[in-house]
Structure formats: structure tokens, C-alpha cells
Unconditional design. Structure first.
Length: 444
């Protein structure tokens, strides 16, 4: 590292350099003494005065002394107005094995910085690629969740389809039941007609039973009269006996006929009661089946409507998710191609980095060799500096002498300037006198 500060005043100048770095010092004096400044200002004020300058430009190459006895001690050069201090670093040998940017040339440093920026951009691209991979993973998870939702909705649709199929089967069964009920209704109508016919026959039988009962009651009354008359008469003739026997036979016949009619009537009444009971049961069953059929038809209508809406929603969801799936697959393919390209570029960059590392090792070896050469040159320069210390002292003495001579020359120039001004004034005065004399001569 080399730092240099230049001031116009008298404070000292400090320079810190490494031991192996050659230094050239150019000392420039921009300030004069106060007397020289005043004289120069007076000279500038006079007409036609001389312009003197006290600028002394000295170009003296300077090499650090580097004394062998005090290697780490600072070197110092001191003049009348300036001072130069050089303090070498305490441990230069520890920095000898390190490769620093200062050891590289400007072109090599630019190339190295360009490659570093290129690698930084490539690293940023790799980081962006990692972010895209994470985004792709999240999108894949979302896609898997969407597929699971689709499968669940398909299962629900399958269950709804099964329920619809069961409902359709139930409807078919109910339709068959209704057809049977209608057939039974037709059959019941026929049965009603038969019942009406049986009712007519039953009424006829009832009328016959009543007539038989009336005849039997008449026969019983006649029998009673006959028996009463027989009881009143002690003797019974043959005709009366035959009449009694005849009435008895007629009574027995009427009673048998009445019993047969009564049995037939009871059986008909029993069958009629059973048919009426069966008709009531069938009517109740028919009403319950009709209510159940109505409820099932309403439920089937609702199920069909719900199934249609669910099918539409599932179709739209499936189309949307299939579109997303196709876009995600295209994005995945594009990202996979980018990943392969970036892997190939990363492999190329690794090869380039290995090449750059090899170049850096070569540059380090070259810098080490240059440092060794600089150390040798520095030792030679130190030896030369030791030999040139006396010359520096002599130059300082000569510089002081030159400054003294310069001050004398400036003083002489100022005196000559003042004398020249006085002569100019006298000349002007004489010219005025000559002019006056010439004018007076012309007047005379």
C-alpha cells in the first residue's frame, strides 16, 4: 500500500510503503520567503518592472535508505521547508506468501473481477432456479391435492350413481308394484262385480231362508193346531193320523231345507266378510304404496337434479383441473429442461472455476517469483541508497546554497528594479523639462 499527501505549507510529508516497493519522490516548492514576496509585489506594482519567480522545481529520484543495522527503523529526509518520513511495515515477510489484488496487473484484475461478477450472476441464477424448484414442488403438491379432490369427487359421483341406480331399481320395482296394484285393482273390480252378484245371490238366499222360515213357522203352527186338536180329542182317526204324519214329514223337510239354507247363508256371509276384510287390507296397502311411490318419485326427482348439478360441477372441475394439469406438466417440462441446461452450464462453470483457480495459482507463483525479484532489487537499492546518502547530504547542502544564491539574486533584482524605477522617474522629469524648454524656445 502506498499513500502520499502533498501540502503547500511546512508540515512534513509521510509516505508508508512496503519494503520491496521502489519509491520516487518529486519535491516542488510553491512558496517563497516573506521578503521575496514583498519584493515581487513591489516589482509588479512598478511600470515595466521585472517579474521574478522563486519557483524552484527539483526532480530528484529518491530510494529508501534501508539501513542494514536498523532494518525496521524509519528513514527520514529533511530540507529547509519539507520533510519526508518513510516507515516500512513491521512484518513484510508475513505478507510475502499472500496473493493480493495489488500483485495483479490491471488487465488481469479486470478479467478476474469480470469472472467474479459472472459467477455471482450464475449463483443468482442457481438460487432463482432453487426457488423455482421449491415453487414447482409446491405446485406439484397442489396438483396432487387437486387430483385427490378429483378422485374423492369421482368416488362421490360413483356413490351418487350407485344410489341413482338403486333408486331406479326401486322405481322399477315400484312401477311393477303399481302395475300389479292396477291389475289387482282390475281384479278387485271384477271381484266387486262378483261380490255384487254374490250379494244378489245372498239376498235371494236370505229371501228363500225367510220364506222357508215362514213356511216352517206355518208348518209348526199347523202342527201345533193338529197336536192341540189331537190332545183335545181323545180318539184319533186314521185320516187324522195320516195328516199328522204328513205334517210331521213336511215339517221335517222344511226344517232340513231351512238348516241347509242357513248353512249356505252362513258360509256365504263368512266368505263375504273375508272378502271385505281382504279388500280393506288391499286398499290400505294400495294407499301406502301410492304414498311411498309419490315420496320416492319426489326423492328421485331431487336426486336426479342433485346428480345432474353434481355432474356438471364435476365436469367443470375436471376440465379446469385437467387444464391446470396440462399447464403444470408443460411448466414441469420447461423447468426440467432449464434444470438440465443449468446443470450443464454449472458443470461448465465448475470447469472454468477450476481453470481460474489454476490461473490464480500460476499468478500466485508468478507473484512469489516477482516478490523474490523485488526483494533482490530492494536489497540492491538499499545498498545503492546507503552509497547515495552522502550524495543526498551534498545535494541538500547544494540546495541550501542555491536557495541563498537565489535570495541574493532576488535582492539584487529588487534593487535593480528600484533603481530602474528611479531612472525612469528622472527620465520622465528630464523629458518634461526638455519639453518645457523646447516650448519656451518656440515662443521666443
Amino acid at each position: 500500500k502506498k499513500g502520499m499527501k502533498t501540502r503547500t505549507g511546512s508540515p512534513p510529508l509521510h509516505v508508508h510503503v512496503t519494503e520491496s516497493t521502489p519509491v520516487h519522490v518529486h519535491v516542488k516548492r510553491n512558496q517563497k520567503s516573506k521578503s521575496a514576496g514583498k519584493t515581487q509585489a513591489a516589482a509588479k506594482g512598478g511600470p515595466g518592472g521585472l517579474r521574478s519567480t522563486a519557483l524552484v522545481k527539483t526532480r530528484v529520484p529518491w530510494i529508501p535508505p534501508g539501513k542494514t543495522s536498523l532494518r525496521d527503523a524509519s528513514s527520514k529526509w529533511e530540507g529547509p521547508t519539507n520533510r519526508l518520513d518513510i516507515a516500512p511495515l513491521s512484518e513484510p515477510s508475513s505478507l510475502a506468501g499472500m496473493l493480493r489484488p495489488e500483485d495483479l496487473s490491471a488487465d488481469e484484475e479486470d478479467v478476474l473481477h469480470g469472472r467474479i461478477h459472472l459467477y455471482e450472476r450464475k449463483i443468482d441464477n442457481l438460487v432463482e432456479l432453487c426457488k423455482r424448484e421449491h415453487l414447482l414442488e409446491r405446485q406439484s403438491e397442489q396438483l396432487s391435492a387437486s387430483q385427490r379432490v378429483i378422485r374423492e369427487q369421482e368416488e362421490e359421483l360413483a356413490e351418487a350413481a350407485k344410489e341413482l341406480e338403486v333408486s331406479e331399481k326401486e322405481n322399477s320395482r315400484l312401477r311393477l308394484s303399481m302395475e300389479k296394484i292396477q291389475e289387482e285393482t282390475d281384479y278387485t273390480r271384477l271381484e266387486k262385480e262378483a261380490l255384487l252378484q254374490e250379494k244378489d245371490a245372498l239376498l235371494k238366499k236370505l229371501v228363500e231362508a225367510e220364506m222357508d222360515g215362514v213356511a216352517a213357522s206355518k208348518q209348526v203352527a199347523a202342527m201345533r193346531e193338529t197336536v192341540g186338536r189331537i190332545q183335545s180329542e181323545t180318539q184319533m182317526s186314521g185320516s187324522e193320523a195320516s195328516l199328522l204324519a204328513r205334517q210331521k214329514e213336511l215339517l221335517l223337510q222344511k226344517l232340513e231345507t231351512f238348516e241347509g239354507t242357513n248353512r249356505t247363508l252362513r258360509s256365504l256371509l263368512r266368505e263375504h266378510h273375508m272378502r271385505e276384510t281382504e279388500t280393506v287390507r288391499l286398499s290400505e296397502q294400495k294407499e301406502s304404496l301410492l304414498r311411498r311411490l309419490t315420496d320416492l318419485e319426489a326423492e328421485n326427482t331431487d336426486n336426479a337434479k342433485t346428480t345432474g348439478e353434481l355432474s356438471k360441477v364435476l365436469e367443470s372441475t375436471r376440465a379446469h383441473l385437467q387444464g391446470q394439469l396440462r399447464s403444470k406438466e408443460a411448466e414441469n417440462n420447461r423447468l426440467a429442461i432449464q434444470i438440465r441446461n443449468l446443470d450443464r452450464v454449472a458443470n461448465q462453470h465448475r470447469g472454468e472455476m477450476a481453470h481460474v483457480a489454476e490461473q490464480l495459482r500460476e499468478l500466485k507463483q508468478r507473484a512469489d517469483a516477482d516478490k523474490e525479484a523485488l526483494k533482490k532489487a530492494t536489497r540492491a537499492q538499499k545498498q545503492r541508497a546507503e552509497r547515495s546518502e552522502d550524495a543526498v547530504g551534498q545535494l541538500g547542502t547544494q540546495l541550501l546554497e542555491k536557495e541563498t544564491q537565489l535570495a541574493d539574486a532576488v535582492s539584487a533584482a529588487e534593487s535593480w528594479n528600484s533603481r530602474h524605477s528611479q531612472l525612469l522617474k528622472e527620465k520622465n522629469h528630464m523629458e518634461m523639462e526638455i519639453t518645457v524648454l523646447n516650448r519656451s524656445d518656440r515662443d521666443t
